[in-house]
Design a protein around this ligand. Structure first.
Ligand code: BEZ
Ligand code: FE
Length: 311
């Protein structure tokens, strides 16, 4: 305790710095040192914020109400708190501090709320967009180590939004129909996998909850640039959570969740040939996404889906 704080305490005066110190001391007996450290940092940052802003009672109540409603908006199919973390850049920051060294390895980005987890492996070349309107796209990819050696047997989960900007899991039909615009592939002996789908488009994050209020109040737009999500797992390598973005998208510089990295933006070629690379006839012009993933040796936790996969 500082001399000034001791004097203030003896004089019976309230000292807000001493309040902060007292709260931090209240954690002294916490057995888990990491929990103790994080709690100390949270209290230090929150108390500093209140001091720096001279937070009014109205503002404090508004913040409590906002956070309460954010929690109330969460359901087994919706995670408004993660969305809040995303639009405040916290999700990308957590990702960044956990992936500081990625020399030569594919860059990471946010998982997002529409990952639903395990699916049975899908044969190479499958069309994962059956019955969904959109411009055809062929995705040709390979998974390697940092030296470019192919990784056979790697598992890749892919998912993306439809032409209207919705994931299958956002639709009422989810749960009764099989997955669409999502699948799992396993790389062949050359580390390759390929599939057919539709060209994704940019879409808004959900704005019908408290996060949408924040977006509107700050005159931000809710759009994410067009992308395909990839989660790549290979034995002996860190799981890779990433997206491949479509070059030229108007929202690449203003992603609502700050998830774009230059290395993840791919040029998508437009083709008029009558056959796609696997010999499938194309009835209209099609697009080619060719993108390879370089895996970093190590281990890591595979993210848990927030909602169950449709049967
Ligand atoms: C997504 O790309 O699926 C996503 C990521 C963060 C917030 C909302 C959506
Ligand atoms: Fe997405």
């Amino acid at each position: 305790m500082s001399i000034a704080a001791i004097d203030a305490k003896h004089a019976g005066k309230f000292d807000d710095r001493e309040l902060t110190a007292e709260v931090i001391r209240s954690f002294d007996a916490t057995p888990d040192p990491r929990l103790k450290f994080i709690l100390e940092q949270v209290v230090t940052s929150l108390h500093d914020l209140v001091r720096r802003t001279n937070l009014t009672f109205e503002e404090w109540e508004r913040a409590i109400d906002f956070l309460t409603r954010t929690g109330q908006a969460c359901t087994p199919l919706r995670q408004e708190f993660i969305l809040l973390s995303d639009v405040l850049g916290v999700s990308m920051l957590v990702d960044a501090v956990n992936h500081r060294e990625r020399e030569g390895a594919t860059q990471t980005t946010v998982l997002g709320p529409f990952y639903v987890g395990e699916h049975k492996p899908t044969p190479h070349g499958s069309d994962i967009s059956q019955g969904i309107a959109g411009e055809p796209m062929f995705v040709r990819s390979r998974v390697t180590d940092l030296a470019g050696q192919p990784l056979a047997g790697a598992e890749i989960d892919v998912w993306h939004a439809d032409d209207d900007g919705f994931y299958d899991s956002q639709k009422p039909s989810y749960g009764t129909q099989g997955p669409s615009l999502r699948a799992r592939f396993v790389t062949d002996a050359e580390g390759r996998f390929a599939f057919r789908t539709i060209l994704p488009c940019s879409y808004p994050i959900p704005t019908d909850g408290p996060v949408g209020e924040l977006i509107a109040a700050t005159k931000r737009h809710p759009m994410r640039p067009a992308h395909v999500h990839f989660l790549v797992k290979a034995q002996g390598f860190e799981p890779l959570v990433t997206h491949v973005f479509i070059e030229g998208d108007q929202y690449l510089d203003s992603d609502a969740v700050f998830g774009v990295k230059d290395e993840l933006v791919a040029r998508i070629e437009r083709h008029d040939e009558p056959l796609m690379p696997d010999g499938t006839p194309a009835s209209e012009p099609w697009h080619l996404m060719a993108y390879e993933f370089q895996m970093k040796p190590g281990a890591g936790v595979v993210p848990e889906p927030m909602m169950a996969a449709a049967e």
